[in-house]
Design a protein around this ligand. Sequence first.
Ligand code: BGC
Length: 801
Amino acid sequence: MSDWTLDYDGFEPGQEALREALCTLGNGYFAWRGAAPESRADEVHYPGTYIAGCYNRLRTEIVGETIENESLVNVPNGLVLQWRIDDGDWVRLADVDILEYRQQLMIKHGILKRSLRYCDPQGRLTRIEQQRLVSLDSPHLAILSTVIHAENWADTIEIRSALDGRVLNAGVARYKDLNKQHLRSVNSETLDPDSFALTVATTQSHIRIAQAVRTRLWRGDTRITPAPDIERRDGYIAHRYHLELDPERALRIDKLIALYTSRDHAISETGLEARKAVSVDQDYDELAARHITLWKQLWQRFDVDILHDDPRVESRTKQVLRLHILHLLQTTSPHVMDLDVGVPARGLHGEAYRGHIFWDELFVFPLFNLRMPEITRALLRYRHRRLGEARAAARRAGYQGAMYPWQSGSNGREESQHLHLNPKSGNWIPDNSHLQRHINAAIAYNVWQYYQVTCDVEFLSCYGAEMILEIARFWASLASYNDSLERYEIHAVMGPDEYHDAYPGSEQPGVNNNAYTNVMAAWVLLRALEMRDILPSQRFAELCQALNLASEELAHWEQVSRRMYIPFHDDGIISQFDGYDQLAAFDWEGYRRKYGDIQRLDRILEAEDDTPNRYQVSKQADVLMLFYLFSAEELGALFSRLGYPFEYETIPRNIDYYVQRTCHGSTLSRVVHAWVLARADRPGAWPLFMQALESDVADVQGGTTPEGIHCGAMAGTVDLVQRCFTGIETRGDVLWLNPRLPEGLKRLTLNIRYRQQILELWISPTALRISADPTTGQTIKLGIGTQIHRLRPGELREFQL
Ligand code: BGC
């Protein structure tokens, strides 16, 4: 065990699905779950291969309704490598006596190692060593290298190297009643004794997916070229090699896999490209060397280092933070710069939420903004390409501007499900989560943050401003004026807390005046108005003309941004929504006693024929999101512009109030709570940070990580170290730093990029040192305390805290 590896000793069937998710390898273009190469989908194993942006739609009849779901498709399994001795059964872990088993994810190198020693029922001792990678250097390639040692036997061994296209999307038990067959087979062919290929297509989106395999074998150091038997079935092709094996010389098998789809750039035909890619003479070591070099480069930009009083805490924290960075980079590596993709909430690691893209990007982008903003830029363009669909959605719903979907997939249609299954009760329940209109604020916020870090006016001119303006227009049209309040209101929405989707007993979905939504709407309107000053005047005029945006409309936005209604309880607490304080108090103690784990109170209560809508219970941070996204200074300015009092001391009171009412039913929740507690200097921040850190690696939700990692929580924990503990804010053309290291943390070092400068930060509880790389960028403004300093390239500054 080290800070740079994730190690598993022993084979534990009940843990296998979790390990598969956590040992996923990917390169932003595609990913392989960390499944055993000899396994197929069953109760223990779930091999899965997912290609970024490869979606397909299927219809299913559920409780008398036809529903259509779009899913990230599990594509043919190219990892398959099986063996059997003397015509016996193909070896399965379940059938042999496992003597040693070790799996190691090399976080630094993006390589998965596995070693296995077993005794079969015939008393034969066999040792297997495997290594695999999904190339960061050549995004269409992956390779698996296997060495088989016959320890005490000499016999015929048969190796089966296959491409299995008979796969389903069956990785999530809750979706078992939905159609799962996304692929139809197109063709398979054997190319030469080494190589074969398989092409399939998705059934509705008609994406062609071609894979080619090249299998090479060595006995000892000698390359051998046995003629294979060819096995072909619909959607399946394999080469089977018969060899003699003895203890003298081990057998090595390298399986190179190439993967192309009809969505790729610079291709003629998918099958042709896949065949061409495996015909190039490159072996495992060459591919690994280039792959490792590129990972090294990424770590130079993305690593974080800490020194903690307790060496065990230090080691675990570094290990898990690095694991998180690895998985984020595997989901959205620099290769996404050339793709049309967003960040699937659950990575390319499993099938939960069907590979959809949510507001979770809000938690992911800050990491990339400060390390490799080109990645954020590419991911924001995914949203811009779907602006037309968002406009159409707004119009259909009777609004103006652009209304982005809560869940997004291929073409930007709303992909939220209409019904979802409560696995606790077995009931299919109407799903109103599409009413989380706050996704639009998240997109505008992401554009704004990217701009603040990079000052990329060109991006704003071409894409970002148009999104902000159209989203602002949507908010202005959604807000209605209440004469008696003399304020604008937003009705019938859901906030981030998904446990409240209606008022108790109401047939009408949604709640009114969700504080988070209303504040964000006002904030977006302000940013939209600011475009007048930021964009070159000619470009702003062009946009106004193209969007038919007249000065009266801008004046209306100004008005809405000043007069948006924010609900408060009588005692000055910001109300999560109108009437939250009127809801019943919840029996936390009683439910904890009865159920133990009450994170999914929605399911527990529905199974009791009750609903969280009746209670003051929140799934996750909602009001507290405001303190997560904005500094006290920013919120103070926003509230005072809205004409509401905002005293600094209300922050801890709001935190205390909502902390007591939240059950952390989403992994995002602990990130936000740890953040706001840390910034408000309140105890509890570090334990919550540690819990957030363990979300996936320990599968704290008890079964969700096997279905895919939680990108938001993973990025959020890294960002806690990156921006929260350092107090980094990028606002008003200034890089603000206000470090506040949690107790026990003695040092924090990281590299960030800000407006083309490469900065190294070194922080202790009493000092901050910042040095700028000598060669790049222009002088930047640094805000420390209330002072603004200038930092030139090559300069080093030190500040006492
Ligand atoms: C959370 C959402 C989140 C989604 C996808 C849900 O459980 O409540 O806030 O966007 O998961 O991660």
